[in-house]
Design a protein around this ligand. Structure first.
Ligand code: G3H
Ligand code: 13P
Ligand code: ZN
Length: 320
């Protein structure tokens, strides 16, 4: 058992309390490899932002659980070396079983998500409460989810979301003891959220009703990538074949971050930025075969994207 405190990590409790008071959200950026981690840490040190390093079960399998533990510890030390000891959380994204959450806690995660949103309400409560009971023994924070986000299918429509029902949140939070709650109010996962011409809309009215029922309680938004059109165009300019799609408008995310939303998850936009960076080098320098020569520029592009998100969307700059 490695406790996250030995690695220099923090849980999300204090970060969320400050974010709610301050009207901003903590960035939760997914990572799978060293270059993504370097981009996240250097962007957040430069903007002086706290950060949540987010790992899906697929990422954990890809990177290896033991390596991840040292990578997270390395992230803490790297931030210090860059000049600022920013608060860093290591968080399991979309944990689907008690066993996975337990294993992550044993490998040094400071926060876990148990996503029981696909189960019926009572099963979701039961599973989430079981994870909370275990996690809290180690001062690890837990995120639960109520409501189902639309999938990543090509023809996703806003009507396919199962929005969180505000009348359920108080009971869920009370019965599970969860530390934060992911809700479904119109965001969706992946790079193909809406077709051009559709009007994505975060339901700030549902958010505000939820906020009234559980005042001051930390709310999380998944599926918050905006699918930057210039990056999609760049990918296609350099040989990619991505279909047209739009994401969640950044001004709507900014508005959500100013209220009870205190954690915003972004993965797909980072994938797009890295892909654009790699493709550009491959097309402009087909003779290149040194991974540093294509992963390096991709990493720089990713860092710029994260700095933009922190400063212009989350508002978490200068909060570390
Ligand atoms: O919401 C899911 C995240 O974007 C992680 O995706 O399971 O492909 O690593 P992944
Ligand atoms: P995006 O696919 O919109 O980046 O969402 C990521 C996410 O919610 C990770 O849990
Ligand atoms: Zn998610």
């Amino acid at each position: 058992m490695t406790n996250y405190k030995e690695l220099g990590l923090v849980n999300s409790r204090e970060l969320f309390a400050k974010a709610i008071k301050g009207g901003y959200a903590i960035p939760a950026f997914n990572f799978n490899n060293m270059e993504q981690l370097q981009a996240i840490v250097s962007a957040c040190v430069e903007t002086k932002s706290p950060v949540i390093l987010q790992v899906s079960s697929g990422a954990r399998k890809y990177a290896n659980q033991t390596l991840l533990r040292y990578m997270a510890q390395g992230a803490v030390e790297y931030a210090k070396e860059l000049g600022l000891n920013i608060p860093i959380v290591l968080h399991l994204d979309h944990g689907d079983t008690f066993e996975l959450c337990k294993s992550c806690i044993e490998y040094g995660f400071s926060s876990v998500m148990i996503d029981g949103s696909h189960h019926d309400y009572n099963k979701n409560v039961e599973l989430t409460a079981q994870v909370v009971e275990y996690a809290h023994k180690f001062d690890v924070t837990v995120e639960g989810e109520l409501g189902v986000l639309a999938g990543i299918e090509d023809d996703v429509k806003a009507e396919q979301h199962t929005y969180t029902q505000p009348e359920e949140v108080e009971d869920f939070v009370k019965k599970t003891g969860v530390d934060s709650l992911a809700i479904s109010i119109g965001t969706s996962h992946g790079a193909f959220k809406f077709k051009p011409g559709q009007k994505p809309e975060i339901r700030l009215d549902i958010l505000s009703e939820i906020e009234q029922r559980i005042p001051g309680f930390p709310i999380v938004l998944h599926g918050a990538s905006s699918v930057p059109q210039d990056i999609v165009a760049e990918i296609n300019q350099y040989g990619g074949k991505l279909k047209d799609s739009i994401g969640i408008p950044e001004d709507q995310l900014r508005a959500a971050a100013k209220s009870a939303v205190c954690k915003i998850n972004i993965d797909s936009d980072g994938r797009l930025a890295m892909t654009a960076g790699v493709r550009k080098v491959f097309i402009e320098h087909p003779e290149e075969f040194d991974p540093r020569k294509y992963l390096g520029p991709a990493r720089d592009k990713l860092k710029q994207l994260y700095m933009h998100k922190v400063t212009n969307v989350l508002g978490s700059d200068n909060k570390a």
